[in-house]
Design a protein around this ligand. Structure first.
Ligand code: BES
Ligand code: MN
Ligand code: ZN
Length: 515
C-alpha cells in the first residue's frame, strides 16, 4: 500500500522519480514555478510556448530530465480554468495522475496539485482532496489473480507538497492529509469487502471483517442463527430459509463521545448474494448481486475511518446478513411473516428481501435510543432507473437530517438526491390480509420501499440512502476502479464530521486568504 505524507519545499529540490505540477488553462503555471532556477524557467517557457495542449482538464503530459531539476519526470496535469476547478476535480486529477505514474514505473512522487487554487477552496481542503484522490485512485483488487502483473512496479511513496513551511500551516495540512487518507482507507476497506464474491464474502465473513475492526473504541457483537432465533428476527430468518449458510446479525459500537450521548445508528443491508429467491431474477448480470451487501460495507467503512479519525461521536452499527436463494425450504410468495416489532408482512415477491431484513434491523436499532438512524442499502432497481450512477436515492422523515446529508453529498461529490415521501405513497403497501405487503406495485418502487422501511422506525429521525445505482460500477473511472465504489462512506463521514464539529478548518480559510 502506498505511503502518503506531507512535505513542504521547492520544486527544484525534489529528488523523487516524478514531480507533479498543475498546468492551468492558457498554459499557465502556479506559484510552485515562481522561483525556479533560470535554466528551468527558460526551458519551461519555451516548452509551453510551443506546447499544443492547452492545459485542458485531465490532460497529462510528462517531461523528462528538465534542465535544473533533479527529478527524472516532471508531470504537467491540466486543470482547466482555475475558476471552474473544484475539490472533486482535484481529487479526480490526483487519482488519474497517480495511476499513470504507477504505470510509468515511478516509485516515488511529489505532488504539487494542491497549488492550483480551485475556486472557493482552502489549502487544507485541497490537501485533503489530493490525499483522498491518490489513495482512492491507486486502489486495485487483484486478490484472485494468480499472476500479478510483472511490469507492475507500484508507487511506494507519494508526498503531498505545500510551499509554505510555517508551523501552523504544516500542522493544519498534516491533519488534512491524515483526514484524507483515513477517509479513503475507509472507502477502500468497503470496496475490498464488496469485491469478494459470494462464495467468500458470506454472512460469517462479514462478521469476521466487523470483528477485525475492534480496537480501543470499537466493540463488535455477532449473533449467530440461534441468537437470531432467540431475539426474534423472523423476517431475517424468513429470507435466510432458502440458504445453506447461516445468517448473522452484527452489532458494532464506536465510542468517541461521552457514554451517555445517544449514538447515531448506521444500518446496512448485508445481503451476500441475491438470486431473488423463488421470485428468481433473470440470468443476465445476476453475478452483480454479490454486491447486494454494499450497504453493510458502507457501515464498516465508516466505522473503520471513524476510529482512525477519532470522530467525537457515538455510533451504533447494525448489519443483518444472509443470502437470498431458492430451495425446498425457501420462503414463498404469499407467505406471511411477523417482523421483530410485531408487524405482519405479506410477502408478494421474495426478491423484495432487502426491506425484510432491514425491517428487523431498523426496529431493533430504534429500540436502542439512537439520536437518529441512517440506513444504507442496494434496495431497488427502480433507483438505478431514476438516478443512474450519479447519485444515491435519499428519503426519510426529518428534513434537517436530509438537508444535512444532501449538503455533505455536495461537498464530497458522493451525492444523494431526495425523493418525496408523500403520505399517499404509503397506501401502495397496504395488504388485504396482513399489516403490510412487501411490494408497492409498478410505480415509485424506490419510494414505496422506503415507505416499507418507515414502518419500523417509530418516532426516530431517520434517513434512508438507496445505493443501488452507486455502490458498484462496471465501467471504472478515475476515482473508482471497476467494481465496488464504497458509495456513501465519504458522504457519511463528512456528515458526521460536520455534525460533531470536528471542523478546525474555518480558521485556516482566513490564513489562506492572506497568503
Ligand atoms: N438487490 C435488489 C435491488 C437491486 C437490483 C440493486 C439491481 C441493484 C441493481 C433488491 O433486493 C431487489 O431485488 N429489489 C426488487 C424489488 C421489487 C421486487 C419490488 C427490484 O428492484 O427489482
Ligand atoms: Mn432482491
Ligand atoms: Zn437485494
Amino acid at each position: 500500500m502506498i505511503d502518503v505524507t506531507l512535505r513542504a519545499g521547492m520544486l527544484e529540490k525534489r529528488r523523487e522519480d516524478a514531480v507533479v505540477i498543475p498546468l492551468l488553462a492558457g498554459r499557465k503555471l502556479t506559484a510552485v514555478c515562481n522561483h525556479l532556477p533560470e535554466e528551468t524557467a527558460e526551458f519551461l517557457k519555451n516548452f509551453l510556448r510551443n506546447f499544443d495542449s492547452k492545459g485542458g482538464f485531465g490532460d497529462i503530459h510528462t517531461l523528462y530530465q528538465v534542465p535544473g531539476l533533479h527529478c527524472y519526470r516532471l508531470v504537467l496535469v491540466g486543470t482547466g480554468e482555475e475558476k471552474s476547478l473544484t475539490l472533486d476535480g482535484l481529487r479526480r486529477l490526483s487519482a488519474k495522475v497517480s495511476r499513470k505514474l504507477e504505470k510509468s514505473g515511478a516509485r516515488s512522487a511529489a505532488c504539487y496539485l494542491a497549488d492550483a487554487e480551485a475556486r472557493a477552496t482552502s489549502l487544507v481542503d485541497r490537501i485533503q482532496a489530493v490525499s483522498e484522490g491518490i489513495t482512492l485512485g491507486l486502489y486495485t483488487f487483484d486478490h484472485y489473480k494468480t499472476k500479478k502483473n510483472e511490469q507492475h512496479r507500484p508507487l511506494q511513496r507519494a508526498f503531498v507538497m505545500i510551499l509554505d513551511r510555517t508551523r501552523e500551516t504544516l500542522a493544519m495540512c498534516q491533519q488534512a492529509l491524515a483526514r484524507g487518507v483515513s477517509i479513503a482507507e475507509g472507502v477502500n476497506f468497503a470496496r475490498d469487502l464488496a469485491n469478494h464474491p459470494g462464495n467468500v464474502c458470506t454472512p460469517a465473513y462479514i462478521a469476521a471483517q466487523a470483528l477485525s475492526l475492534q480496537d480501543d473504541h470499537i466493540s463488535v457483537e455477532v449473533m449467530d442463527k440461534a441468537a437470531i432465533e432467540a431475539a426474534g428476527f423472523r423476517a431475517l430468518l424468513a429470507v435466510n430459509q432458502g440458504s445453506a449458510k447461516e445468517p448473522r446479525f452484527i452489532v458494532l459500537r464506536y465510542n468517541g463521545a461521552e457514554d451517555d450521548s445517544a449514538p447515531i445508528a448506521l444500518v446496512g443491508k448485508g445481503l451476500t448474494f441475491d438470486a431473488g429467491g423463488i421470485s428468481i431474477k433473470p440470468g443476465p448480470k445476476m453475478d452483480e448481486m454479490k454486491y447486494d451487501m454494499c450497504g453493510s460495507a458502507t457501515v464498516l467503512g465508516v466505522f473503520k475511518a471513524a476510529s482512525a479519525l477519532g470522530l467525537k461521536a457515538n455510533l451504533l452499527g447494525v448489519i443483518p446478513s444472509t443470502e437470498n436463494l431458492l430451495g425446498a425450504a425457501a420462503f414463498k410468495p404469499g407467505d406471511i411473516i411477523t417482523a421483530y416489532n410485531g408487524t405482519t408482512i405479506e410477502v408478494l415477491n421474495t426478491d423484495a428481501e432487502g426491506r425484510l431484513i432491514l425491517a428487523d434491523a431498523l426496529a431493533w436499532a430504534a429500540e436502542q435510543n439512537p439520536a437518529e438512524i441512517i440506513d444504507f442499502a442496494t434496495l431497488t432497481g427502480a433507483c438505478v432507473v431514476a438516478l443512474g450512477s450519479q447519485a444515491s436515492g435519499l428519503m426519510g422523515n426529518h428534513k434537517p437530517l436530509l438537508k444535512a446529508l444532501s449538503a455533505a453529498g455536495d461537498r464530497t461529490h458522493d451525492r444523494v438526491w431526495e425523493l418525496p415521501m408523500y403520505e399517499e405513497y404509503q397506501k401502495q403497501i397496504d395488504s388485504h390480509i396482513a399489516d403490510i405487503r412487501n411490494i408497492g406495485g409498478p410505480g415509485a418502487g424506490t419510494i414505496t420501499a422506503a415507505c416499507f422501511l418507515s414502518r419500523f422506525i417509530g418516532e426516530h429521525h431517520w434517513a434512508h440512502v438507496d445505493i443501488a445505482g452507486t455502490a458498484w460500477n462496471m465501467q471504472g473511472d478515475a476515482l473508482a476502479a471497476k467494481g465496488a465504489t464504497g458509495a456513501a462512506v465519504r458522504l457519511t463521514l463528512d456528515y458526521l464530521m460536520h455534525r460533531f464539529a470536528m471542523d478546525d478548518r474555518s480558521e485556516v480559510d482566513h490564513e489562506d486568504a492572506d497568503s
